[in-house]
Design a protein around this ligand. Structure first.
Ligand SMILES: [Zn+2]
Length: 156
């Protein structure tokens, strides 16, 4: 039996597969989703899997857990090429390329410590996407531009 076959993972019945994640982002994404492994979901994480599209990629499978729209946006911020497969009864019910909205409201903190959004709790952060490849977003209040690494550090 090949190693490949031995490692083959059981199909999930109901849940999600997040594929084409930038290599090295899977653990950050689990952390961001608040998933520690103690919740009892069956979770499979594959890291640094060879990928034609990305060179190498991470994959996360979670049984019995779905994503809210804001969670989808957060994942798109960390891994803009990710795809989300929603599995129902062992079948792919929906497959979507994660799409980052043009405007990102409230889910990420501005990297500029003097920005009003870091001082006034009632002011929600607001960013516009100025570049998708490589990803860059700009704060609508102070015009600070944040790149992919900065974004990953600031996601709350
Ligand atoms: Zn700002």
């Amino acid at each position: 039996m090949s190693l490949d076959r031995e490692l083959k993972v059981q199909k999930i019945r109901d849940g999600i597969v997040i594929d084409h994640l930038r290599a090295g982002t899977a653990l950050k994404i689990l952390e961001m989703l608040g998933i520690t492994g103690k919740e009892g979901f069956i979770i499979t994480v594959a890291m640094n899997v060879p990928s034609q599209k990305l060179g190498s990629k991470d994959i996360i499978k979670i049984e019995g857990r779905y994503l809210s729209p804001s969670e989808v946006s957060k994942i798109a911020l960390i891994a803009p090429k990710a795809t989300l497969n929603v599995i129902k009864d062992y079948k792919v019910e929906r497959k979507e390329r994660l799409k980052l909205p043009d405007e990102i409201v409230g889910i990420i903190r501005c990297s500029n410590p003097t920005c009003i959004t870091n001082h006034e709790p009632q002011v929600q952060s607001k960013f516009v996407v100025v570049s998708r490849e490589p990803l860059k977003i700009k704060c609508l209040y102070c015009e600070t531009v944040m790149d992919q690494d900065e974004i990953a550090r600031r996601l709350s």
